[in-house]
Each structure stands twice: as C-alpha cells, then as structure tokens.
Design a protein around this ligand. Structure first.
Ligand code: RFL
Ligand code: PHB
Length: 389
C-alpha cells in the first residue's frame, strides 16, 4: 500500500491531523494497536482551549460539541475555606469549552468514517522505518499477516508509551523530565456537578478538583499518594475525602452517586527534543506530557497538529518547505510555555510531602497574590485559556 502520510495513533492528535489532511486532499492512513472501543473507554481531558475548538471546526467535527459542550467563562481557586473566582472572560476576552476527550474522539472517528478515511485498528508491531533516509515506510501486523505502507511522511501520534519516539536513536533525542510525588484519583459519576464552574482546591489534606462532562455528569479528582490503590477507595470514602477538601458551602451541596469509572493517574512533566527526525514527526503526548492541573495535554496535542498540518499543507499544495522545517521549533516554543504553566499550577495547588512550612507559606502568598492582583490573575487566565499559536 502507498499513502502520503502514515499516522501512528488514533487518539485525538492522530485523528485531528488525519481529518485536516483529508479535508485538504492529502492522503493518509491511521494505525492504532488497540480497538476503537478501547480508545473510547479511556476517560481523560475535559477542558478545550478556543484554539482547539477552532481546529475541530476546521476538521468539520465540531457539530455535537457546539450543541453539547459547556462554554465556561471562569473557574474557582478554593483555599482557606473560600472560593476565589478567576474571571477568564473579563481578564482575556476568551472562554474555554468543557467537552470530554472521549466525546471529541468519538466525533473525530465518526467524521473519519463518514468521509471514507482509512483507519486500521488492532494493528500490532507497528514500526516506522527509514525515516532518516529518502523512502520511509511503516510495517504492522494484522491477523497474523505483515503489511507495509510506503509513504512520504510519518506522524508519530502514538502517545507517551508509543513506538515512534522509541524508534529514534537515543543520541539524536534529548529528554527533560520531572515526576511528582503524588497522583490523582478520579471518579466519573452521573450526578449534577457541585458547581457550574470548575473548582481547583488547595487544602491541607491535598488538592481536589471538581470538574464535569455535562449538567448531569461530574468528574472529580483528589490528590493521592503514588502507591495508592483504587480498590482501597469505595465511593463513600472518595466523596468523604472530597468534601473535606472543599469549602463548606460546596461540601454541603455535593450530590453523590455511584461512580462508573475510578482510576489513578500519576503526574509527570516530560519533553523530548527535537520533534522531527527526517520524515518522522512526533505529535502530542508522543513528544511531551504535562500534569493535568493546567488542563493542557490535549490542547498541546492540538497545537502541535496545527503546526504540522500547516507544514504538510504548504509542502503538498504550495510546494514550500519553510513551515515544515519550522515544525519542531514552533511546536516546542509553545510546548515549553505550557509545561511551565502546568508545573506552576501543580506546584501551587498540591501538598508536597517534602514541601515543609516554607513551601506552604510560599503557596499561600502566591494564592493571595493571584486573587488580589489583576496583573497576576490576568497572567494565570491568559495561560489557562491558551496562548496564541
Ligand atoms: P493519546 O490519547 O495517548 O493517543 C495515542 C494513541 O496511540 C496508540 N498507540 C499506538 N498505536 C500503534 N502502535 C503503537 N505502538 C502505539 N502505541 C500507542 C494508542 O492506543 C492511542 O490510541 O495521545 P494524543 O493523541 O497525543 O492525545 C493526548 C491526550 O490524550 C492527553 O494529552 C490528554 O488526555 C491529557 N489530559 C488533559 N489534557 C487537556 O488538555 N485537558 C485536560 O483537562 C486533561 N485532563 C489529561 C487530563 C490526562 C489525564 N490522564 C489520564 C493522563 C486528565 C487526566 C486524568
Ligand atoms: C477534567 O475534567 O477531566 C479535567 C478538568 C480540568 C483539569 C484536568 C482535568 O485541569
């Protein structure tokens, strides 16, 4: 088989890139090692920047999001037993869209199917070859048969554990990493959200986040030790702990109900540089991971797609290479700013086992500053709604 671009990974970055390329008449094939339903079973991001919303529109996959997504004008920082609202719209003129990654992925998959895009699921042993030379190709196995796809470019959209980044010789790639000494225990439940906006809570017992997927579906998280086990947390235990970390008015208003998803995610900051190796491009989580506190992971995947799509479009339609050659540099400039923001939100909002009294006082001073200085609040809001591409 031959195509112009092989996309490894059918997560949000691979599907979004595939749709933008398809709309521009550029042939592509998406490969994923797991089944469609498995991908749709993962519960992940919930907050989309305007830039991400715009890209979904460009991909003609925004119809359901426009109807069912929840535009949010602000969120709360809760500490000291009180709520402090960050008015995103007043501070930046922009809002964010609350719409689950699962739904966004489903919309992109449906669109791909409707437009005849080729996706191959449950493709094992996917392997990019010869991306340093002139004739790149990708091999994979399906039902015991080995297949080969020749192509011009390979987009590695296969997430943090994918094969694309691992295929690059170690000497050609630099990595930067920080792990955090805690994780997030999250639940999803069909109960109305405790508040119509997100609440990020800093509490002596640890961080908590109240988010949502719709007016009747809530997504709640609490900071937990890294070695915590999901089995140790009944729904009652979870809600009791969440209540303790929220201001009293919210704790009293919390509506509880059985969770249908409960999982623990470790927190990590990670960046691989560069993001291009000959004809192989790394995109999204394949190149970088941020802790979820800033709601940036999926949005960074989308901005990478924006830069790569521009490069590929210019290459095929205008026969110019400038944008493609600039991909890694442009993407990384934005990546590092989001890595910085996600790290700072994480540092600000969590209890660090080794933080001590000094760390605690610095957090209090920063929260006080953010909620009493217009300039500080504006900087927070500008990063949260998303820096320009
Ligand atoms: P994905 O979604 O991991 O998709 C990668 C796809 O590649 C496939 N794959 C392979 N295919 C073929 N061969 C191989 N060898 C392969 N290895 C892997 C996988 O099966 C998969 O289908 O990466 P992508 O597309 O770059 O998207 C990134 C986002 O998923 C991620 O950044 C966000 O979910 C992060 N994130 C959040 N981001 C936000 O912008 N806002 C949020 O509010 C937000 N909240 C979150 C989050 C991530 C979380 N977790 C669980 C890590 C909350 C949580 C709890
Ligand atoms: C979510 O709804 O899953 C969510 C929202 C905001 C974050 C992280 C996760 O910062």
């Amino acid at each position: 088989m031959r195509t112009q671009v092989v996309i490894i990974g059918s997560g949000p970055s691979g599907l979004l890139l595939g749709q933008l390329l398809g709309n521009a008449g550029i042939d592509n094939v998406v490969l994923d090692r797991v089944a469609k339903n498995y991908i749709l079973g993962r519960v992940r991001a919930g907050v989309l920047e305007e830039g991400t919303v715009g890209l979904l529109k460009d991909a003609s996959a925004d119809m359901r999001m426009r109807e069912e997504g929840l535009p949010h004008d602000g969120f709360s920082l809760a500490f000291d037993g009180r709520d402090h609202r960050i008015d995103l719209f007043a501070l930046t003129g922009k809002r964010v869209m609350v719409y689950g990654q699962t739904e966004l992925t489903r919309d992109l998959m449906d669109r791909r199917e409707a437009t005849g895009g080729v996706s191959i699921y449950e493709a094992t042993n996917v392997m990019p070859h010869d991306f340093g030379g002139g004739r790149p190709y990708v091999t994979y196995e399906k039902d015991g048969v080995t297949h080969r796809i020749d192509c011009d470019f390979i987009a590695g959209c296969d997430g943090y554990h994918g094969i694309s980044r691992k295929s690059v010789p170690e000497r050609s790639i630099a990595t930067f990493e920080r792990t955090y000494p805690f994780g997030w225990l999250g639940v999803l439940a069909d109960v109305p959200p405790v508040s119509h906006e997100l609440i990020y809570a800093n509490h002596p017992r640890g961080f908590a986040l109240c988010s949502m997927r719709s007016a009747s579906r809530s997504r709640y998280y609490i900071q937990c030790p890294l070695d915590e086990k999901v089995e140790n947390w009944s729904d009652d235990c979870f809600y009791d702990e969440l209540r303790r970390r929220l201001p009293t008015t919210h704790a009293q208003a919390l509506v509880v109900g059985p969770s249908f998803e409960k999982s623990i995610a470790p927190l990590r900051s990670f960046v691989a540089e560069p993001m291009r190796f000959g004809s192989l491009f790394l995109v999204g989580d394949a190149a970088h991971i941020v802790p979820p506190t800033g709601a940036k992971g999926l949005n960074l995947a989308a901005s990478d797609v924006h830069y790569l799509f521009e490069g590929l479009r210019d290459h095929y339609l205008d026969h110019t290479q400038t944008a493609l050659d600039a991909y890694s540099e442009r993407a990384l400039r934005r990546v590092w700013k989001s890595v910085r923001f996600s790290w700072s939100m994480t540092t600000l909002m969590h209890r660090f086992p080794e933080g001590g009294d000094f760390g605690q006082k610095i957090q209090e001073a920063e929260l006080d500053y953010l909620t009493h200085s217009d300039a500080a609040a504006r900087s927070l809001a500008e990063n949260y709604v998303g820096l320009p591409y």
